[in-house]
Ligand binder design. Structure first.
Ligand code: UGA
Length: 435
């Protein structure tokens, strides 16, 4: 199949590279000429494990290409995927659909023959209808279909997720589009991944409902963790017992400093807005957002308390800045609010992150960034693990104990246990247990 991916951002690149790996001919289009140039050189503008290798391999075999030429690419394509950003709109929190609609107009101008227009971007219910109107107004009389095919990839494991999805959701209105989408995803049926055909509106809502549910699940375990601390229970045990119930499931029950990233925060807010517009408020999600917001600053208070109650003029070392491991993405990372609150309390923050420091430097000119966790920890009154990168699971605690001003470890991802840490003389504060 000849496929076009409009937008070479996170979703477009991963989807484009993986579909090429299935044997399709994929052209990734982006307006940003320097980004296209970078991709043509074989470099990836984002860090995502496995992506560079898969892209290089498919470029070499002639199945994957990068271009700024939308018109030339769309001509004769079997399907054109819209994979542009839908950030939060400034002022009201609705999803900003201007890039989606612009892409739809440009695709419409270039369409020839019977092409499927697939919305991959996360878009509110009804966007597919609007895309259809835009294309119809521009290309009266031409044959096309608009399909919703939301993405469920996680950053940091996107390639793996693409190849082994729990499900593929396709919102289609007609048989031909259904047949084309089936053909595109056929290689996944070998992995027994189910394809779920729904109405277009249901598919659009499935995406938001999924992200909102997962954000709610994380927030739930975060609150249970807080309760564990008060009643002398251990959230690790509670999560284990809770998750063993098949109806609940063990995933997304790891307490932490609050959810972040490019998806949960913006998608939960956008869902709330859609629901309010339809006079059908999703109050659980409204509350989830509010709890998560408050939690991040509460984490800073926890660090300050562990460091002795007053951090004015003291150094606090932060290990991990990105919103989760295996990404360089700093968008809505809990570290942003936590570091701000520490600085407000007069602390000097020194930080280390394996991949996120380039983006982080732009956010905080007054944080000192270091080449290793050990450098960042020198003279620190507390060390805080904020992101559970693998390399923080095997820290040399003996070495750290010798270089810090005060041996205090605040483990906001429950990477260690109290026994392990106390052996090296550290005071330990974890989430969801009395330590
Ligand atoms: C999320 C969804 O998981 C994907 O299915 C979806 O495709 C994606 O958003 C999207 O809409 O594009 P992602 O943002 O990459 O993926 O990250 P997650 O792994 O879902 O984590 C989100 C946040 O929740 C992170 O801050 C993470 O640290 C936190 N989290 C997650 C926890 O605190 N505890 C958990 O048990 C799980």
């Amino acid at each position: 199949m000849r496929l076009v991916m409009i937008g070479s951002g996170y979703v477009g690149l991963v989807t484009g590279a993986c579909l090429a790996d299935f044997g399709h001919m994929v052209s990734c289009v982006d307006k940003d000429a320097s980004r296209v140039e970078t991709l043509r050189r074989g470099a990836m503008p984002i860090y995502e494990p496995g992506l560079e290798t898969i892209a290089a391999h498919n470029v070499r075999d002639g199945r994957l290409s990068f271009t700024t030429d939308l018109t030339g690419s769309v001509k004769g394509a079997d399907a054109v995927f819209i994979a542009v950003g839908t950030p939060s709109r400034r002022g009201d929190g609705h999803a900003d659909l201007s890039y989606v609609y612009q892409a739809a107009r440009e695709i419409a101008m270039a369409l020839q023959g019977d092409t499927i227009v697939v919305t991959k971007s996360t878009v509110p219910v009804g966007t597919g209808d609007e895309v259809e109107c835009i294309v119809r107004e521009t290309r009266q009389g031409s044959a096309f279909s608009v399909v919703s095919n939301p993405e469920f990839l996680r950053e940091g494991s996107a390639v793996q997720d693409f190849k082994h999805p729990d499900r593929i959701v396709v919102g289609v209105q007609d048989e031909r589009a259904r047949a084309v989408m089936t053909e595109i995803y056929r290689p996944l049926f070998l992995n027994k991944s189910p394809i779920l055909f729904t109405s277009r509106r249901s598919a659009e809502l499935i995406k938001y409902a999924s992200n909102a549910f997962l954000a709610m699940k994380v927030t739930f375990i975060n609150e249970i963790a807080d309760l564990c601390e008060k009643v002398d229970a251990d959230v690790r045990e509670v999560a284990l017992g809770l998750g063993a119930d098949n109806r609940i499931g063990p995933k997304f029950l790891h307490p932490g400093p609050g959810f972040g990233g490019s998806c949960f925060p913006k998608d939960t807010v956008a869902l709330v807005k859609t629901a309010q517009d339809h006079n059908s408020p999703v109050r659980l999600i409204e509350t989830t957002i509010a709890i998560n917001e408050v939690r991040k600053r509460a984490m800073a208070r926890r660090i300050i308390y562990a460091a002795g109650g007053n951090v004015r003029g003291k150094r606090i070392a932060i290990f991990g800045l990105t919103f989760k491991p295996n990404t360089d993405d700093m968008r809505e990372a809990p570290s942003i609010s936590i570091i701000q609150a520490l600085q407000d309390a007069g602390a000097h923050v020194s930080a280390y992150d394996p991949k996120g420091m380039d983006q982080a430097r732009e956010l905080w000119p007054d944080v000192s960034f270091h080449a290793s966790p050990y450098e960042a920890a020198e003279n620190a009154s507390a060390i805080c693990i904020l992101t559970e990168w693998e390399q923080f699971r095997a820290l040399d605690l003996q070495r750290l104990e010798k270089i810090v001003a005060q041996p205090v470890l605040v483990d906001l991802r429950n990477v260690y246990s109290e026994e392990e840490v106390k052996r090296f003389g550290f005071a330990y504060s974890a989430i969801g247990s009395r330590s």
